[in-house]
Write a protein that binds this ligand. Structure first.
Ligand SMILES: Cc1cc2nc3c(=O)[nH]c(=O)nc-3n(C[C@H](O)[C@H](O)[C@H](O)COP(=O)(O)O)c2cc1C
Length: 156
C-alpha cells in the first residue's frame, strides 16, 4: 500500500460497475434518459434511492422542474442504449426515439418503464443536496417493476 494520486486510486476501484438509467420529464414535454453510475439505496422504510447528477447535464435542469425520476436497471441487451444515453444530451437528442426504446407509461407520472429493463423504481424527489459540481437527488420509491427473465448489465 502506498499513498498516491486520486486518478491512480480511483482507476483500481472504478470497474466493474453497475450502471442505471434515469428517466426524467423534459420541461417542454417528453422524456429524457441519462446514464448514471452514481446511485445508491438510502433507506429501507420508506424505500429510497439517491442519484448524483452533474450541474451541466440537461437532466439536472429537468429535475429542478419536475420532481420525478424512474431509476432503470438495464439488462445486458440495453448496453448500447446506456452508451448513447451517457454520451449525448437530451438538449438536442430524443434519446428514447433514437434508442428505439419500447416502454410502458409508469403509474406515478407516466415516466417511461422500458420493457427490456431488469427492474424499474418510480421515485418522487423528496430532498436534494449539493455535492460539489453535482446535486444528489433523493427519491422515495412509489412503484416498482421487475422483469425476472432479463440479466442485469454490469459495465466492465
Ligand atoms: C457509464 C456512465 C456512467 C455515468 N454516470 C454518471 C453519473 O452518475 N452522474 C452524472 O451526472 N453523469 C454520469 N454520466 C454522464 C452522463 O450520462 C452524460 O453526461 C449524459 O450525456 C448527460 O445527458 P443529459 O445532458 O441528457 O442529461 C455517466 C456516463 C456513463 C457513460
Amino acid at each position: 500500500m502506498k499513498q498516491t494520486d486520486l486518478t491512480s486510486a480511483y482507476g483500481l476501484i472504478h470497474l466493474p460497475a453497475k450502471v442505471t438509467l434515469a428517466a426524467v420529464e423534459k420541461p417542454d414535454g417528453g422524456y429524457n434518459l441519462i446514464t448514471l453510475e452514481w446511485f445508491m439505496r438510502t433507506s429501507i422504510q420508506p424505500p429510497m434511492f439517491a442519484i448524483s447528477i452533474g450541474h451541466s447535464r440537461y437532466s439536472h435542469e429537468c429535475l429542478l422542474e419536475s420532481r420525478y425520476f424512474n431509476l432503470i436497471f438495464p439488462s445486458v441487451e440495453m448496453k448500447p442504449l446506456c452508451a448513447m444515453a451517457g454520451s449525448s444530451s437530451g438538449r438536442d437528442t430524443d434519446k428514447l426515439d433514437l434508442g428505439k426504446v419500447d416502454f410502458l407509461p409508469g403509474k406515478l407520472h407516466k415516466l417511461p418503464v422500458p420493457k427490456d429493463a431488469v427492474a424499474v423504481f418510480e421515485c418522487e424527489v423528496t430532498s436534494q443536496v449539493r455535492s460539489g459540481d453535482h446535486t444528489i437527488f433523493v427519491g422515495e420509491v412509489r412503484y416498482s417493476w421487475a422483469n425476472p427473465d432479463r440479466t442485469l448489465l454490469v459495465y466492465s
